[in-house]
Structure formats: C-alpha cells, structure tokens
Design a binder for this molecule. Structure first.
Ligand code: TYD
Length: 218
C-alpha cells in the first residue's frame, strides 16, 4: 500500500469584493511556509469552458436570453467537472492541498438568485442546480467569508476593475443573505463562516484558525 496521503480540497466563497482572492493567497503562503504542498485554483477555471464563461461574465457575449441563469448554471457545472478532472483530482491524488476560489456553492447562490422568475411556478431551482453538480467532488471544507454588502461594494470600487454582470447592489445584497445561510444550500458539507469585514490580517487569522484542523483531518 502506498504511504501517500490524499490531499484536501478547501474552498473559499463569498460575494464579489468579499476578499476571497486575497485570503486564499494569504492562506496558501501560510501553509506553504509550514512545508505543505499547495495548489491554488479558481472557478471559472482557466480551461476552455471557463474561458467561455469569462466572456459572458464580462458582457462580451450574451448567452441563453430569458434562460441566461440556467445556461450559466449548465456551463459552470460543466466547467467544474472538467476542472476537477483536469486540475483538482490529480493533485489531491498526489497529496497536495488544493485551495479553490469558488466552487458549486457559487452556482447555488448566484444562479438561483438570478433566475428568481423561473421559480414562480414552484420549480425548485436550488435542487436542479444541486443535481447538475451531483458528480462534482465534495470539498473537505468551505470557508464562507461573510461581508457587509456595503463594505464589499467599497472594495470593488477601490479595486477599479471593469465590473462584471453580477456586480450590482441589489443582487449582491441578496447573495450576502444566501451566503449567511450557506449550509442550507449544501446540506451535509462542512461550512466554516468567517467575518470578512475586518482588516485582511485579522480575517486571515480567523481563516487559519478555522481551517487548520481540516488540513490533517482524516
Ligand atoms: P470572481 O471570482 O470575482 O473572479 P474575478 O476576480 O476574476 O472577477 O468572478 C467570478 C464570478 O463568477 C463571480 O461574480 C461569481 C460568478 N460565479 C457564478 O455565478 N457561478 C459559479 O458557479 C461560479 C464558480 C462563479
């Protein structure tokens, strides 16, 4: 039997401007300096389906018309399976800690929040998105960085990058509320809430405290 221990998949989630990208960089540096092998990745992925999604997020292409949210849910789910097969699973198998900036919790928040009209007939959109992601590997733990939507909006403005289709006030407020009860969206998953309103150093400490026990859990 090989002595190689399987790695862990740890996911960072939150609304736009919640600081997941900064925090993932901090956490990866921290555990790398402790001698661990780490791989940082993100969704949408850098592979072809992810590239197509980025075009849609930037408003360069329009997809799906009235069923835009459903089309995006399908694309994100396809990108995720490809991402797992191509990038995540091989690294876990070689014992690497994989940190992903977003995973299927984003689909369960963003695509359900943007397809509200489709649920008018009682159709359970959350269950549908969950079933699309039925074959996506479950993360070992997910950190949800909860931030006040006003704080996140200020950070997005300060960042100054071109805004993407989901970066508007009303939607971000709705998403913040969904993330606060993220465990309802992914029942059975390990969800760790961290308050992201404080300064980056303070948030980084809280994340390290929450995640460290999950690095070596069997
Ligand atoms: P983000 O993670 O903020 O990356 P960047 O810094 O490059 O803009 O952008 C990804 C966007 O995609 C974000 O608004 C959330 C959205 N998204 C979904 O709507 N569904 C998903 O399943 C995923 C993974 C992301």
């Amino acid at each position: 039997m090989s002595g190689l221990r399987r790695g862990k998949l740890l996911v960072f989630e939150g609304i736009d401007g919640s600081g997941t990208t900064t925090q993932i960089a901090r956490f990866s540096e921290r555990i790398r300096s402790q001698g661990r092998t780490v791989h940082v990745t993100r969704e949408p992925s850098v592979a072809p389906i992810g590239a197509l999604i980025r075009e849609a997020l930037g408003g360069k292409i329009e997809l799906g018309g009235a069923t835009h949210a459903q089309t995006m849910a399908l694309l994100f789910a396809a990108d995720r399976l490809d991402h797992v097969a191509r990038e995540i699973e091989p690294r876990l198998a070689e014992g690497t800690i994989v940190l992903s900036d977003r995973y299927d919790l984003s689909s369960l928040a963003y695509q359900t929040a943007t397809a509200a009209a489709a649920t008018a007939d009682g159709f359970d959109l959350t269950a549908w998105v969950r079933s699309l992601n039925r074959f996506a590997l479950r993360p070992d733990a997910t950190v949800v960085v909860d931030v006040d939507p006003d704080v996140a909006a200020q950070r997005r403005t300060a960042r100054g990058a071109a805004s993407e289709i989901y970066e508007h006030e009303t939607l971000q407020r709705k998403l913040a509320a969904l993330y606060r009860h993220a465990e309802r969206l992914v029942p059975g998953d390990c969800i760790l809430h961290v308050c992201g309103d404080a300064a980056p150093d303070e948030v980084a400490e809280a994340i390290a405290l929450a995640l460290t026990p999950h690095l070596d859990a069997s």
